[in-house]
Design a protein around this ligand. Sequence first.
Ligand SMILES: *[C@@H]1O[C@H](CO)[C@@H](O)[C@H](O)[C@H]1NC(C)=O
Ligand SMILES: *[C@@H]1O[C@H](CO)[C@@H](O)[C@H](O)[C@H]1NC(C)=O
Ligand SMILES: *[C@@H]1O[C@H](CO)[C@@H](O)[C@H](O)[C@H]1NC(C)=O
Length: 225
Amino acid sequence: MAQSRVVRSVLLTMAAAAVFIALAGIVGAQTPAPASYVPPVYTPPPPPPPPSPAALALLARIQGLGDLSMFSNALMASRINLTLIGIIGGGKVTVFAPNNGAFAMLSPELKQCLDTQSGKIDVLTQIMLFHLAVGGNYTVAELKTISRLTAASGMPIDLMTLGDGTIMVEGTARVVVPDAITGVNATVHIINDIIFPESILSTVMIQCYNVPPSASLPVPSAGFF
Ligand SMILES: *[C@@H]1O[C@H](CO)[C@@H](O)[C@H](O)[C@H]1NC(C)=O
Ligand SMILES: *[C@@H]1O[C@H](CO)[C@@H](O)[C@H](O)[C@H]1NC(C)=O
Ligand SMILES: *[C@@H]1O[C@H](CO)[C@@H](O)[C@H](O)[C@H]1NC(C)=O
C-alpha cells in the first residue's frame, strides 16, 4: 500500500513535470529564440567640423581686447564660443559684445546667478546667444539701414539709429566701438550694456531672484541688469 502511494506520487510528479515542459515548449515557440535578432547599432552624431582658422582668429582677437575680457570669459563659461565657431564656419554673424563696464553694472544677485552652474546653463547661455546676430557680418554703415536682426537663439534684436548716427541695440545698449573687429564672416561691435531676451525674464526672476513662478513679474526697465 505504502509503496503504491510512493509510486503514485512519483508518477504525479513526473506528469506535472511533463506538463511544465510541454507548456514551456509552447511558450518558447511563441517567443522564438532571438537567433536572427540584430541589436540596433548606435551611430554617434558626426563630430562637428574642426574650427576654421578664421573663427579661431576672431576668438583670439576678442580675447585680446582688454575691455572685452568679461565677455570673453562669459563666452567660454557658457560654451557659446563653440556656437560662434560653428556659425562662422557656415555663415555670417554680427556680434554685439558688451564691454567690462556693462558687466560691472549687473546686480550682485545676477552676477552670483550667472556664476553658478545652473545660471550658466539657463540664463547665461540665453543671454550670450542673444548677443550673436546671424545672417550677416554687418558693419555699422550697414546696420544704419537695418531695424531688426535675428539672434542665434531665434529671438529678434531691434536696432535704432539716433539722429547723431549712434546705433542703439534693444533700446538700451549703445554701440560705443563700431566695427571693433572685422574678419571673415564676422563683425564685432562693442556695446555698453548687456541685452537680454524677454523670453528669459521669468527664468531670471525665478532662478536668480527667487521670485516664485506664480508672482506677477515686474516689467524690466532700461538698465534692469
Ligand atoms: C570654448 O570654451 C570651452 C569651455 O570653456 C573650452 O574648453 C574650449 O577650449 C573653448 N574653445 C575655444 C576654441 O575657444
Ligand atoms: C564663411 O561662410 C560661408 C557660408 O556663407 C562658408 O562657406 C565659409 O566656409 C565660411 N568661411 C569660413 C572661413 O569659415
Ligand atoms: C564679411 O565676410 C566676408 C566673407 O564671408 C568677407 O569677404 C567680408 O570682408 C566681411 N565683411 C567685413 C565688413 O569684414
